[in-house]
Design a protein around this ligand. Sequence first.
Ligand code: XLS
Ligand code: MG
Length: 341
Amino acid sequence: MAAAKTYLFTFGPWNISTGADPFGPPVRKEVTFAAKIREYKKLGFDGVQFHDDDVVPADLSWAETERGAAKVKKVLDGEGLFCEIIAPRLWEHPKTIDGAFTSNNAAERRYALERSKRCIDIGNILGCRNVVLWLAREGTYIREAKDPITSIGRIVEAINALLEYDANIRILGEMKPNEPMDQSYLPTPGHFLGIAYRTSQPDRVGTLIESAHSILAGLDPSDDMAYALWHKKLWSVHLNDQNGLKYDQDKTFGSVDLRRAFNIVWVLERGGYEGCIGLDVKAMRTTKPAHQTRHLANSREMFLRLLEVVRSVDAAKVEAFRAERDYEGLEMYVLSKLMGR
Ligand code: XLS
Ligand code: MG
């Protein structure tokens, strides 16, 4: 029997946050970058996920950027951490108000591309070839604002330019149907994988799937992940949870729907998923500073405990239920597993 797979866990520094929301200011002090990095190993994590400006502020000279990134690389090495993904933050800068690659303004589209190339350079210094594109503002508040057909083409052109810029990187699209936009152009991983095959190098374009984003699109995250696994294009995940169709909640993994979380772990394990277990989770605003990393430890523990449940599932039994079309029996089998029997 092959040895059971050991999963590596990652999260981004933004997952230790101040509790600010659109209706209220921070309720916890900002934790310094260095202090955040020191938390990883203590919490049982193996690697980091970064935005470009988590590493160095945007728009510095190349010399300053290079120096800053090299410093961060040293810190990571010192802690024994690796950088799993890096993502250009294309949704906060004044030049990305109208979107990045789909902005109606040519100079702003150029900025987005240059910023993404710089992000690749930072990734290279950190030894990271996985470039995540969360296309946060590639969409509209009103349908008529942009040409939707042109916009899809612009996203493909931008991806091609990045693939050409660095022959070593892989691009992972992280899709979300809405928020901040009313409507995103590529709302689901399926949409993104559709264009992946029309890029100049489909083999280097895949996806990062966030469970809450699938839920916001009315889809089941484990089915989205299965779809990407079939394409051999599930290269990273953001596991979390989401209580229905409302703002993006980034709740602790498995905290809303245990069975849904079970199915995610089951599909990753069965599907031979080779990526890291990224956790994109937020502490509740009510959380006291002393407990501000607990949601991360809890999410990791939920994954590992569900993994135990998944590994205790008797595949032959499942097959027998399927062969008999006894889905009532199968359902009770799964529910019993989840209730500890
Ligand atoms: C949004 C994302 C975003 C990316 C990186 O859900 O978590 O922050 O992960 O661009
Ligand atoms: Mg995410």
